[in-house]
Design a protein around this ligand. Structure first.
Ligand code: UGA
Length: 471
């Protein structure tokens, strides 16, 4: 089953900025990572000259040949456009960078150590390498999500050889890109946050983003020339960094909150979908990011919460609410397992459970910290045989966890199954032939972990159906 993706030719034809920009010379360090690639391609599309540097030779080779190492709708098409147009280059070596950049983006990964604190070794190594690149005034833009002290650390490394304010300045410019919607979020941000003491540096970064801020970018059928400019929040770097952590923490709070409410709805016979609909009319609350499910997964939310908790501890500050958000998230999988067991008479040993959806959410092939894989491990630990399918993430899942029988077809996944679990909200699941699904299952039972299917239709077809937060 092919996932519907943006048509490549259309994605390229569609892209335009509505008037030219002053072309700046940009270097993106960590340019083969997710944020680095989207940033590099996005800036090159605006007409800037971009060199993306990354030590991962395999990824750089793939990017040079016009193919991103992960799925992101429209990315390959724009990547090829920029490569053909000569505005984007990829290299593994800083020594290979021919021009002195006006702006250097730092987008390297910030993995967590086992205790939850952020490992800053990559960032420090980058700062050391950048000493050889800075020659004349250069603005360093930190996009990686890092604790507050990191900026002082970068500045102190550079200051051994260069003078802050004369040779370089630092601007913190957090990213708010969602995987699967990264380019849309890049070209149409809700806000741009620029943190740092130097007005000169902030002005240069504003200039870099000018077509975006003035909404002069048209891409993928979206042009908003009539809209107000994108709000730009200029602040100190601490507040800019905290904005990023606060945004992800708040998103996590919303997910844990709605999963809590969903659990309550189930227990006293309410329907969480109607509750969310009603909440949404109150502008103080809104309905965004209130879909109950398996809990929040992926590479960012949990990691950033843990980092924030760690930092709070270092200041002897007890972040109760952040801790509770994480704990509530960890509990959600057992809620799912309980529902699945109810359908199988409380035993899972040798029972076949079909799982649709392996990515940590729809529209991505990313299985990092996927709640679906966590659920599968839990089911396997109780003896269940799992048959798993995803439109895009089977390969990644197989590498991450070898337990299930992986299949390339959603119908094959339900063969002989006693329960079907929907673990990722891929829209195409709703369009499948449920007569066929029913024929292939041993018993027609569905646990819809994302409220993604049409409950009434399944009940009419004779399925037993349980969603999240619905009676
Ligand atoms: C998140 C943020 O949304 C981005 O703004 C941020 O830039 C990014 O982290 C980052 O820090 O780099 P992302 O991890 O791509 O983006 O994923 P989300 O779309 O936020 O989803 C995260 C998890 O929450 C997924 O497992 C998703 O299924 C779950 N979720 C989300 C829900 O269970 N319910 C919702 O209503 C929304």
């Amino acid at each position: 089953m092919a996932h519907q993706v943006l048509d490549d030719a259309q994605a390229v034809k569609d892209f335009m900025t509505l008037s030219p920009v002053r072309r700046l010379k940009v270097m993106v360090v960590g340019g083969a990572g997710y944020v680095g690639t989207v940033t590099s391609v996005g800036l090159a599309c605006l007409g800037h000259h971009v060199v993306a540097v990354d030590m991962d030779g395999e990824r750089i080779r793939a990017l040079r040949s016009g193919s991103a190492p992960y799925f992101e709708d429209g990315l390959d098409a724009l990547l090829r456009r920029c490569l053909d147009g000569g505005t984007l280059r990829f290299t593994t070596s800083l020594g290979d960078v021919r021009h002195v950049p006006d702006i250097v983006f730092i987008t390297v990964g910030t993995p967590s150590r086992s205790g939850g604190e952020i490992d800053l070794s990559q960032i420090v190594a980058v700062a050391e390498d950048l000493v050889q690149v800075i020659n004349g005034y250069t603005v360093l833009v930190v996009k990686s999500t890092v604790p507050v002290g990191t900026i002082d650390l970068i500045a102190s490394v550079l200051s051994r050889h260069k003078v802050e304010g004369r040779d370089f300045d630092i601007v913190v410019n957090p990213e708010f890109l969602r995987e699967g919607h990264g380019l849309t979020d890049f070209f149409y941000p809700d806000r741009v946050v620029l943190g740092g003491t130097s007005a000169r540096a902030r002005l240069l970064v504003r200039e870099l983003y000018e077509p975006i801020i003035a909404r002069r970018v048209a891409w993928n059928g979206t042009a908003r020339p009539g809209d107000e400019p994108v709000p730009v929040v200029e602040t100190d770097f601490r507040s800019a960094l905290m904005t990023k952590y606060a945004a992800n923490a708040f998103l996590a709070v919303r997910v844990s909150f709605i999963n809590e409410i969903a659990g309550l709805c189930e227990r006293f016979g309410a329907d969480v979908r109607d509750v969310v609909r009603s909440l949404g009319y109150d502008p103080r609350l809104g309905s965004g990011y209130l879909n109950p499910g398996l809990g929040f997964g992926g590479p960012c939310l949990e990691k950033d919460l843990q980092a924030l908790i760690k930092v709070a501890e270092q200041f002897q500050y007890d972040p109760k609410m952040l801790r509770a958000t994480l704990e509530r998230n960890d509990r959600q999988i057992s809620e799912l397992v309980r529902k699945i067991k109810q359908m199988t008479g409380h035993f899972l040993y040798r029972r076949i459970v079909a799982v649709w959806g392996l990515a940590f959410k729809a529209d991505t092939d990313d299985v990092r910290n996927s709640m679906s894989l966590r659920l599968i491990r839990e089911l396997e630990s109780e003896g269940a045989v799992v048959q798993a399918y995803d439109p895009m993430a089977v390969e990644g899942a197989r590498t991450a966890h070898q337990g299930p029988r992986y299949v390339d077809d959603p119908y094959a996944a339900v063969d002989g199954a006693e329960v079907l679990v929907v673990a990722t909200e891929w829209p195409e699941f709703g369009a499948l032939d449920f007569d066929e699904v029913k024929r292939r299952m041993l018993r027609p039972c569905v646990v819809d972990g994302r409220n993604a299917l049409d409950r009434q239709r399944l009940l009419d077809l004779g399925f037993q159906y349980v969603g999240i937060g619905t009676a």
